[in-house]
Design a protein around this ligand. Structure first.
Ligand SMILES: CC(C)(COP(=O)(O)OP(=O)(O)OC[C@H]1O[C@@H](n2cnc3c(N)ncnc32)[C@H](O)[C@@H]1OP(=O)(O)O)[C@@H](O)C(=O)NCCC(=O)NCCS
Length: 268
């Protein structure tokens, strides 16, 4: 396959509806595009050149390795050694802590000059542009995905979601619907992360909504039957661009009508 250039990225993103001033949450699989001339840097530069300084780009920059081994996130470590992790995992530092499975684009984006990363030790976002500070500030330990969280604020701003080569199971905005909807088995759980508090590294316990995203692909497929999602191709990657509010409003209804299975039956 021929290397994909910034001009080709730009054309494809314009075609699905990204434009100057867009406020957009972006989820990317770089490898699915093919060979991008300039890799993650080219993708980020193009996004920024399109939305411009009046626009805003947000990406998930989660560091979920900074959670309790009980959640299954340290699967290579034997249970008798889990306490070593709780006692020694480095405290979250938004300038240092790497992302986990968020992709090469998000990992580069969090380090991009002018990008602001939120304070959540395991579920942060990073944002650039006009509303970056608003979106990334006050990311509550417990209110990870609800109203007032970064995805809740994106809803208030009537922002969009752009998926590059990934499916709805990676569409973090659907967790806002988890938070808003009522369904059997909805419950909170206790999470733990290493953070700095009063100058000391501690293993912090906090209560938050249990979420797992098991039915997100199903929600996405149902959403696309009833709502306008702009589709396109960028090399080998399918592009999908949608209004976040429409997605979240649809998902709240879908969850309330269809999620009969107790969330406790799922495991992360
Ligand atoms: C998990 C995920 C990141 C994997 O996608 P991926 O394409 O395999 O990985 P990346 O996006 O990190 O891209 C790196 C890959 O791009 C490829 N690559 C390297 N240089 C490249 C270039 N110039 N052009 C294109 N691809 C290139 C390589 O294959 C590399 O894989 P490697 O590190 O194994 O060598 C992706 O599926 C995903 O989920 N992305 C969205 C994450 C997200 O938003 N999550 C939300 C919360 S759940």
């Amino acid at each position: 396959m021929k290397p994909i250039t910034k001009n080709e990225i730009k054309d494809a993103l314009y075609q699905v509806g990204l434009k100057e001033g867009s406020i957009v949450m972006v989820h990317t699989s770089l490898g699915s595009i093919g060979y991008v001339c300039g890799g993650a840097q080219a993708v980020i530069e193009t996004l920024m050149e399109i939305v411009g300084t009046e626009g805003t780009i947000m990406m998930p920059t989660q560091s979920w390795k900074n959670l309790d081994p009980e959640d299954g996130v340290h699967w290579t470590v034997a249970e008798e050694d889990w306490q070593i992790i709780r006692d020694n995992w480095p405290a979250y530092d938004k300038n240092l802590t790497p992302t986990n499975s968020m992709g090469a684009v998000a990992e580069m984006f969090r380090l991009w000059p002018g990008t602001i990363r939120s304070d959540h030790p395991a579920r942060s976002v990073s944002a650039w542009g006009k509303y970056a500070s608003y979106l990334a500030s006050n990311h509550d330990l417990s209110n990870i995905f609800g109203d007032g969280s970064p995805v809740g604020k994106l809803y208030e701003l009537d922002g969009s979601v752009l998926m590059i080569g990934v499916d709805y199971d990676k569409n973090t905005s659907l967790h806002l619907a988890d938070a808003r909807a009522e369904y059997p088995g909805k419950h909170n759980c206790m999470e733990h992360s290493a953070i700095m508090e009063n100058g000391h590294r501690i293993w912090k316990e906090y209560e938050t909504l249990f979420v797992d995203g098991e039915d997100f692909k199903e929600i996405g497929a149902a959403f696309e039957k009833e709502h306008e999602v702009r589709h396109g191709m960028l090399g080998g990657a399918e592009l999908r661009f949608m209004r976040q509010r429409e997605l979240v409003d649809f998902a709240v209804k879908w969850i309330e009508e269809n999620r009969h299975c107790s969330a406790t039956e799922y495991k992360i």
